[in-house]
Structure formats: C-alpha cells, structure tokens
Design a protein around this ligand. Structure first.
Ligand code: GLA
Length: 385
C-alpha cells in the first residue's frame, strides 16, 4: 500500500498535511458465528488494512474523500455535519458518521475534520473491511482529538456503528481483532467476558492461505436472522434454566429439552453454535500440541456445520472446500459471516503451489471467475503511522 500517494492526495485536496492512521482486516482460524453468542473466536489481524489521513478543518463539518470507490457508481466525496440528522447518503461515509455519532453519545466533542480513506482490504471478502474502517476512523479521531477512549471502547464503538448506522447486528470479533491484533499471534477472545489471550501462531511446515471466491451473495438480513434464531432458543431454554443468557451458557442436553418448543431451523442453528464453541476450545488444545492435522480436521467440521446446519455457505465456497479436501489439504473452511468471500486453508508447504494452481483453475472452469489468493500474514492492529 502506497501511503505517500494518499498523503499527497490529502495535501492537494485540503491544502495541508494530515496525520496518518491504519487499522487492519482480519482472519479467523476457527469459531464462526460464536461471538454474538458469547462464545470464543480465534482471529488475527492481517497485512491488508485501511488507512486514513485526517486533520481538523476549523468548521463543524466533515469533508471525506474515498478515492478507491468507483466514481461511476458512487460519489467519492461526501460532506456532512455531526448531528444525528446529518447522516450522509454514501454507505462508505455512513461508517465514518456512525463512529462520530457513537463517540459523541459517549460525551466526546468532535470538531469538523477533513479525511481521506484508502486501503487494500478486499471488500465483501469476509476479511472485515468495514470493521477496519470503523477502527481506523475511531483510532484516528481518538488520537487526533485526545478523546480518551481505550482500544476496548474503540472496538465497541465500531460494533455499535454497525448496529445503529449500518443495520448489521454483528458480534465484537472483527473490531476487536482490528484494534488488538498482534504480529505473529492469533487472539483467543472470550466474547462473553471479553478476556483475551494472544496465541502465538507459527505452524512450521504449513501455510495459511485465503482463496477469495469473489462472490458476495448476502442479500441483507440473513446475518441478523441467524442471530435472532439463537436468541429465540436462548429465551426458550431460559424458561427452565434462567442462568442461560447466551448460547455459550447452554449445552446440548439443555438444547434437547427444548426440541419440540423451537422451530427445527432454530434448533439446528443453535446446535451448530454450541458445537462450534466446543470445537474452538478443542482446536486450541490441538494447536498447543502442534497437531495441525487434527486442527485442520476441525476446520473441515466447521465448514460442514456452517454449510449444512447454519446454512451460510454457497456453491462457490462449498466447491473450494470440497476441492481442498479432495486435494489432501490439511484444513479448509469458509471464513467470516458467509454467503461468499473467502475460504481459509491450512496447507502443507509442499502442496501449496500445486493446490493453489489447481484450485483456482478448477474454480475458473466451474464458475467462470478468477479467484484471488492471499497469504495470511498476521500483523499488528490499529496504530498511527
Ligand atoms: C461477521 C461479523 C462477526 C462474526 C462473523 C461470523 O464477520 O461481523 O461479528 O459474527 O461474521 O463469525
């Protein structure tokens, strides 16, 4: 990513230098759709990131510029005030606005500012470009205007932005990973207590690689619907077990007790989540022992659960997953919310070149799409440059 270019763009647009901040996208090794259920996740920040240049402009308005957007389809400049009624039309600008509003609700005084946003996190690929944007803007505002929030609060402000200004009732994983990422480590995060532990990850003899299907089938609503399924099951279990506040607090016996009381769809979704929380814990034990082959099998189990029980896969992701399995790849699964985006693959060094070549060729032959490939390089979280 060429940072000097956006610094120059900023200067020529706004006539002065600004401060530069960055915040990354993320991978997640295992533990999908567990975060909003209070379970565990195992993400890491990556070397694909969002960048911003920012400085106060002495007015009460924000002037924002997003040179990466396509000017044919969306305005790349947006100007808006900071009152609740000032929400901009451009979706990319709504993230900036939302972060400002959430900070203001917490008592921050945010002056007008000029900002440029740019980056190399692929959009819609399940690598959390939106969380990277929220965390980047949150971190930049906090540091530039001495607002006094800590990283936890910045992550929560990003999540609240998704809930209140984007309409996605997401969990905390993406924003947390973007704010707390550490080079060379995954983060084992307990999404109920928000306790976390850095988990050094250097699988000798293996590579972690993302294959982007380059499709995004999410129509909106599917994510929130799954969250609602989980909440309905929790409410039903809590009638007999009031201590259960989240699916994390439930076990399969409790779930079986409500079999006739919840819909079959809700039941099977909840079953996936309860299994996935345990699967993550088991995988962490395997990783500690260096048993990557067994950890890889857990990744395949996650994919099967996401595809058949949680139903967030799609033909493109299933194809890549099956291709990996047939090619003897150690572990593979869809990553992130689903309905498109990437598979994450744990591949033995010696199989890597052959697998990538054959998988992308076969994918092209089947779907007519050139998949994109990214090595997962685990890097630090939000910071000033
Ligand atoms: C999206 C959400 C996260 C998480 C994942 C699925 O990335 O933003 O909070 O729920 O989906 O694990």
């Amino acid at each position: 990513m060429d940072i000097s270019k956006i610094k120059e763009q900023f200067k020529s647009l706004y006539g002065a230098d600004g401060a530069v901040y960055t915040s990354p996208g993320r991978i997640n090794l295992i533990g999908e759709h567990t975060d909003y259920n209070g379970g565990f996740v195992l993400p890491g920040a990556i070397d694909k990131a969002l960048y911003c240049v920012i400085r106060p402009n002495g007015t009460a308005k924000v002037r924002a510029y997003a040179p990466d957007e396509n000017p044919q389809t969306v305005a790349i400049k947006s100007e808006f005030g900071l009152e609740e009624s000032d929400k901009p039309k451009e979706r990319w600008a709504q993230y900036i606005f939302g972060v400002c509003r959430e900070m203001t609700k917490k008592g921050a005084k945010i002056p007008g500012f000029d900002i440029i946003i740019s980056g190399d996190v692929p959009l819609g690929a399940g690598m959390s470009s939106s969380a990277a944007l929220e965390s980047c803007v949150g971190f930049a505002l906090n540091d530039s205007f001495q607002l006094g929030f800590d990283r936890f609060q910045i992550a929560l402000i990003g999540q609240a932005t998704e809930h209140n200004y984007v309409g996605v009732k997401c969990g905390i994983m993406d924003q947390f990973a973007s704010c707390f990422g550490k080079e060379g480590s995954l983060i084992r995060l307990d999404c109920r207590s928000l306790e976390y532990e850095y988990f050094p990850f250097d699988p000798k003899g293996y590579r972690l690689v993302l294959i982007n299907t380059c499709v995004a089938h999410m129509l909106g609503g599917e994510y929130n619907e799954r969250r609602e399924s989980c909440e309905r099951v929790v409410a039903t279990i809590a009638q007999q077990h009031p201590e259960v506040k989240l699916l994390r607090d439930a076990d399969t016996d409790m779930l079986k007790e409500v079999a006739g009381k919840v819909s079959a769809v809700d039941y099977i979704r909840a079953e996936f989540v309860i299994e996935e929380i345990q699967r993550l814990l088991d995988t962490c034990e395997l990783l500690k022992k260096g048993d990557y082959e067994a950890a890889g099998r857990k990744m395949y189990e996650t994919h099967t659960g996401l595809s058949l029980k949680y139903t967030v896969s799609c033909p493109e992701l299933d194809f890549l997953n099956e291709f990996a399995k047939q090619s003897g790849v150690t572990g593979s699964r869809l990553m992130g919310g689903g309905f498109g985006g990437c598979t994450i693959n744990l591949v033995k060094d010696e199989r890597y070149d052959d697998f990538i070549q054959k998988a992308t060729d076969a994918y092209h032959q089947k779907f007519g799409i050139r998949a994109k490939v990214y090595d997962a390089v685990i890097k630090d979280g939000a910071r000033k440059i």
